[in-house]
Design a protein around this ligand. Structure first.
Ligand code: MRU
Length: 350
């Protein structure tokens, strides 16, 4: 299993995804501020991995704190949470990860637990979230595999694989599970401009698993769909609104329209921590705008004339009407999503 991130006695160790596929190197974050930089600079990326990284960041901040009173530590925890929350706005898993560990801290602090005990408990919770994420991916795989064709080519966009999670992956986990169950599946990976998660990361991790993978420029999928060379699309998500609208990597919306036009199923695989019941629809999802340099430069080389206008939204929203099914670790959701999502949320509460 690819070690995307790992809690170590020295700190949190991250596989540096900005260096892949050419270098397999690691970045050790020894305090929470470094974890924030690792998330912001996309050394770790992908919604579920960001969530667990943020949880570990809060735990690391608490563990390394020199505060001697609960009041002082509580004030520090607020700063730690704010610093991590300001890194990337779209993946709701970031806020879920922070809130999960902060919530545990708050409940132990309210009981007046000793600081040493609190430190051990928050570390244990963050590490448990790591294990839970892998288990959730494997469950998504089991639920989603039967939806994929027994034979054919599946298109994916961005990287929703082991690298985007603590292991196994969401969309790529479903592909892995289908292959493990005997499906004969090849993958088309959109290169995913401008950060090239498909070309660099999806291709790298699938080839490590000997899954036949072909990289496409983002503008090629339409022609291949028309030629009947794509049987299904599966992607991950950074935030799913209560009505089933799905935020994912920029370009996903276009792929969903193409799939709809060509009668190809369009699946989304995401853990329940990606579902944001507090956001009514996709128009309300905050979309991260990233540095223009990601568009103007490729491998350090300038590609555009000085001074030209640049757009760089990192995500777009696919309306629920284009989504054939949403695969979670709790089961598969179908339209009408407002009702199926609410029912799944209520079932979890009861
Ligand atoms: O900007 P990134 O690389 O963090 O974007 C990642 C995606 O868009 C993924 O598809 C999404 O987070 C799901 S990962 C299982």
């Amino acid at each position: 299993m690819i070690p995307t991130l790992e809690w170590l006695p020295e700190g949190v160790n991250f596989l540096d995804q900005t260096k892949l596929p050419l270098e397999e190197t690691y970045v050790l974050a020894t305090d929470y501020k470094q974890v924030a930089v690792v998330i912001r600079d996309m050394i770790v990326r992908g919604a579920p991995a960001i969530g667990v990284a943020a949880a570990m960041g809060v735990a690391l901040g608490i563990e390394r704190s020199t505060a001697t009173t609960l009041d002082a530590l509580t004030a520090e925890v607020a700063i730690i949470a704010k610093t991590l929350a300001e890194t990337r706005p779209t993946a709701v898993n970031l806020f879920w990860g922070i809130d999960e560990v902060r919530g545990l801290y708050n409940s132990l602090a309210a009981k007046g637990a000793p600081i040493a005990e609190i430190k051990l408990a928050v570390i244990a919770r963050a590490c448990q979230m790591y294990d839970e994420d892998i288990a959730a991916c494997q469950k998504m795989g089991a639920f989603g595999a039967p939806l994929l064709p027994m034979q054919g080519t599946v298109l994916t966009h961005c990287n929703a694989g082991a690298l985007a999670t603590c292991g196994y992956g969401t969309a790529l986990g479903v592909i892995r599970a289908a292959i493990e169950q005997g499906h004969k599946i090849d993958v088309f990976a959109d290169e995913t401009r401008p950060f090239l998660q498909g070309a660099r990361l999806t291709a790298w991790e699938l080839m490590k698993d000997d899954i036949k993978t072909t990289v496409l420029c983002d503008n090629m999928a339409a022609a291949l769909m028309r030629q009947g060379r794509i049987q299904a699309v599966i992607v991950g998500s950074d935030r799913i609104a209560a009505n089933g609208d799905v935020a994912n990597k920029i370009g996903t919306y276009g792929v969903s329209i193409l799939a709809h036009e060509h009668g190809i199923p369009f699946y989304v695989a995401a853990p329940w921590s990606t579902v944001d019941m507090a956001t009514a629809n996709g128009d309300l999802i905050p979309i991260e705008q990233r540095d223009a340099r990601e568009v103007t430069h490729s491998n350090g080389r300038q590609m555009t004339p000085d001074g030209v206008g640049i757009e760089n939204p990192a995500f777009d929203v696919t309306p629920a009407k284009y989504v054939t099914a949403i695969i979670t670790e709790r089961g598969v959701l179908h339209a009408p999503y407002a009702e199926s999502i609410r029912a799944m949320a209520n079932a979890a509460r009861s």
